[in-house]
Design a protein around this ligand. Structure first.
Ligand SMILES: *[C@@H]1O[C@H](CO)[C@@H](O)[C@H](O)[C@H]1NC(C)=O
Ligand SMILES: *[C@@H]1O[C@H](CO)[C@@H](O)[C@H](O)[C@H]1NC(C)=O
Length: 452
């Protein structure tokens, strides 16, 4: 082998090496683009189904009225709790419509966990008078008047097995003729400098304050140390419903805790029946849901009919929404808004008009009370394409906040959704007409105490 042939051979070898490299690079490029193409084209398909091991809970639509209860955030909190046998909570002193009652029960259960209560009396629902809507204490109904009892018991047990739900005061063992002690958590701790409507800023100290109060009062009245043999019943007073700062528990807890209170199944079904009727009536076109809040118990500083009507129309026109589902508890007022909206070429339906030729559903709807019928609207308004409501109606606020969980806000939708924006614009799915200038006077602090 001479020098020349070596050069040639080496050159030949080096030539084939660079060709090989080219082929390799080309091959990798083809492979990578094929892979990208395949995975991108499957993505649309994938995003429609929930694949828990890929997406975690991000694909679970928590805005739906029958969304599954995701228990791990509550379970985590309960697993960190030191429980005190014999401490029992009752959450019966709620009142109002679904927004207020839901918030009362959730706040009360949240305090019960913070207190380490091993017992919870199944909450009763305070009804209101149908003749005088502002009369809010008209006698109590069982939990199932609004909510799914089996779902509540099961979900709470799964997340917080240490907390036992009792049917009634009397069902708590060893109570004899024990009376419920009113509990006012906001009064525990100094509140210097803030508006009385401010949230409870001392929730992180609540447990210490609560334990100290329990010990102090036992010493004062000569009671035995609280235990299973000597239980004590605590009843958070009316007013606690808008005071727990939900953000303190983190977004995962804040966005899932409300799932404990699912509406009872016949009401969910009725709501779905009305959504189906609406979809049919509008030939599957997008429809707006509007909550007109002008019933005679509306408070004077809330937006008046004129403001609501004008602002609703403005948004409906801008969003080019032609069909409207109208929810309100007053037929006269509904007629007024319908007339106004239809003048502009839009069409308006209500639950009653949609069920006109569905006798069976209509009968079921009419057998419900005023506040129960509002739950049916609640379901429909969660399901519409765009929602228009009123601030600070807790009914509207709860719907908007719950719908917000499906906005895929940022890259962390679902349980990690950031809170509802408290302004006149809202989000891509809802707007609440109202006054937003005064944090206290316009009751905006309620948004910080609301579990969607
Ligand atoms: C429930 O709340 C009302 C209104 O604040 C009050 O009058 C009543 O005493 C409360 N009842 C209990 C048992 O706390
Ligand atoms: C319904 O609205 C009319 C006025 O449009 C009012 O006179 C009446 O009190 C309202 N009723 C209820 C229950 O809100």
């Amino acid at each position: 082998m001479n020098y020349n042939s070596l050069v040639v051979r080496t050159r030949g070898f080096s030539l084939s090496t660079s060709r090989l490299r080219l082929v390799l690079i080309y091959g990798i490029a083809v492979f990578v683009s094929l892979f990208l193409f395949v995975s991108l084209s499957r993505r649309g398909h994938l995003s429609n189904v929930s694949i828990p091991y890929i997406t975690g809970h991000r694909k679970t639509d928590l805005s739906l009225p029958d969304a599954p209860f995701i228990s791990w955030p509550l379970a985590r909190t309960c697993s960190e709790t030191k429980w005190t046998p014999g401490v029992v909570f009752a959450c019966n002193n709620n009142s109002g419509g679904i927004g207020n009652i839901r918030s009362f029960i959730l706040t009360c259960v949240r305090y019960a966990i913070a207190a380490g209560a091993t017992g919870l009396v199944l909450p009763q629902i305070e009804t209101r008078s149908e003749d005088d809507l502002a009369h809010l204490f008209n006698g109590q109904q069982p939990f199932s008047y609004f909510f799914d009892e089996a779902h509540f018991r099961h979900s709470l047990h799964e997340a917080c097995p240490a907390m036992i739900v009792y049917e009634s005061f009397e069902a708590v063992p060893n109570t004899h003729d024990l009376r419920a002690e009113p509990l006012q958590p906001k009064a525990m701790g100094l509140r210097g400098g803030c508006d009385e409507r401010d949230l409870n800023r001392h929730t992180d100290r609540f447990r210490q304050e609560f334990d100290a109060m329990v010990a102090r009062s036992a010493a004062e009245f000569g009671l035995p140390t609280v235990s299973e043999q000597h239980p004590r019943l605590f009843q958070p007073v009316w007013g606690v419903q808008w005071e727990w700062p939900v953000a303190k528990d983190g977004p995962a807890f804040a966005n899932t805790f409300g799932g404990l209170l699912r509406l009872r199944s016949d009401i969910l079904e009725l709501g779905k029946g009305i959504v189906a009727a609406m979809v049919k009536a509008t030939e599957s076109r997008p429809f707006a849901g509007v909550h007109l809040r002008t019933e005679n118990d509306a408070l004077s500083f809330w937006p008046a009919f004129e403001t609501q009507a004008k602002e609703f129309l403005k948004t409906l026109t801008t969003k080019k929404l032609q069909a409207v589902y109208l929810a309100t508890g007053n037929a006269t007022e509904a007629g007024k808004l319908r007339e106004r909206v239809e003048e502009h070429g839009l069409r308006v339906w209500t639950k009653d008009s949609l069920l006109q030729d569905q006798a069976e559903l209509q009968k079921r709807l009419q057998s419900l009370t005023w506040d129960q019928q509002a739950l049916v609207d609640f379901v429909v308004l969660l399901s519409c394409s765009y929602f228009l409501g009123v601030s600070p109606s807790s009914f509207s606020m709860t719907i908007a906040a719950k719908r917000h969980l499906a906005t895929n806000d940022g890259s962390d939708g679902g349980i990690y959704t950031r809170p509802w924006p408290v302004n006149d614009i809202g989000d891509s799915r809802s707007r609440l007409v109202g006054n937003y200038a005064g944090h206290w006077d316009d009751w905006l602090m309620m948004y910080d105490a609301l579990w969607p």
